[in-house]
Design a protein around this ligand. Structure first.
Ligand code: HXC
Length: 293
């Protein structure tokens, strides 16, 4: 009888990296009130950084900032901004400078997503996701770069792996994330001579995030796990561990890279999201999906 080999378990960055590596550093994180970005903020704060998290909803953002401070013993404040609005992001950067005096690290993480085929996407639906993901990243860079130049700081952009394939129902997100990857590469080249680094993390399927809750078709969770070479879906610490490495001095000669954190899923030659059944259904092919696990 064969015995299943257990997958490598997720671990926390504090089990690998020293707890004080980010002492005195300041993180500016869009999308920080929830999901992967909140988990990244928590990990970076767990190594000594203070943080400002940016989101649209005040109640949710204030609660998340309090929770992150309590969990890490570091200072965390919330600034309300929609990344589509440059002036709001500039105000958030000012709040960061007024509160902490500088910006060392930036995570461009705010993102929008839903499942819809091209035939079911309005121009505004497509543009909305491009405005949040791509233009929002550009706006965040513009608002923070003068400060990040002063600290010779570092950017991490949260992308995805789904645009490396023709992932069905994700035309809007695929176009938007391809733009994010390109922006990071240009930023790395333009700002490298000033000592500023820029990298992309491309998460694979991460459990417990709003994105995966929305995107995973009912009953397809096991199929996703089996398609991952390391035989588990991501946990909330997998992406933060990579962020800690990329912001650390251990990565000070790493810039302009796109690092997939996906258990090797992108090399299985198919997207990590299975084909939605409705693609094969002529009646359903123009409808978008609001999926639940
Ligand atoms: C088709 C849709 C739609 C859907 C919205 N729209 N939801 N079209 N199917 N399910 C259309 C609307 O009809 C409208 O077009 C346009 O999009 C704008 O919608 P609004 O609701 O007015 O915009 P807004 O309030 O700005 O919200 C946009 C949103 C946002 C993108 C829907 O609510 C959102 O992002 N929520 C989810 C956040 C999230 O999941 N974040 C994690 C991302 S994870 P019309 O033509 O009617 O005006 C990620 C990585 C995935 O990105 C990687 C996985 C492996």
């Amino acid at each position: 009888m064969s015995v299943a080999i257990p997958p490598r378990p997720p671990i926390k960055s504090t089990e690998v990296f020293k707890k004080d590596i980010f002492e005195g550093k300041v993180l500016f994180c869009t999308g920080g009130p929830s999901g992967i970005c909140k988990a990244m903020t928590k990990s970076i704060m767990s190594h000594g950084a203070d943080a400002i998290i940016i989101g649209r909803k005040v109640d949710k953002g204030e609660a998340a900032a309090k929770e992150l401070s309590n969990a890490t013993g570091q200072r965390c404040v919330f600034a309300q901004a929609d990344v589509r609005e440059p002036e709001q992001l500039k105000a958030a950067a000012k709040k960061c400078i007024d509160t902490f005096g500088k910006i060392d690290f930036v995570i461009c993480g705010a993102a929008g997503n839903f499942l819809a085929p091209i035939s079911g996407l309005s121009e505004n639906a497509f543009a909305t996701v491009v405005r949040i993901d791509t233009l929002g990243t550009f706006n965040t860079i513009k608002a923070t770069l003068p400060h990040v130049r002063r600290t010779r700081g570092s950017y991490i952009h949260v992308s995805a792996t789904l645009h490396y394939y023709g992932t069905p129902y994700q035309a809007h997100v695929s176009a938007a994330k391809a733009g994010v990857d390109a922006l990071s590469n240009v930023l790395a080249v333009e700002e490298g001579p000033r000592g500023v680094r820029s990298n992309v993390i491309a998460p694979g399927p991460i459990l417990g995030t709003e994105g995966m809750d929305r995107l995973t078709p009912v009953g397809k969770k096991d199929a996703i796990t089996r398609s991952v070479p390391l035989q588990r879906q991501g946990g909330l610490d997998d992406v933060p561990n990579t962020a800690v490495f990329l912001f650390s001095e251990a990565a000070n000669w790493v810039t302009g890279q796109i690092i997939a954190v996906d258990g090797g899923a992108m090399h299985t030659n198919k997207g990590s999201l299975p084909y939605p059944d409705s693609v094969l259904d002529p009646e359903g092919a123009t409808k978008s999906i609001r999926a639940k696990m």
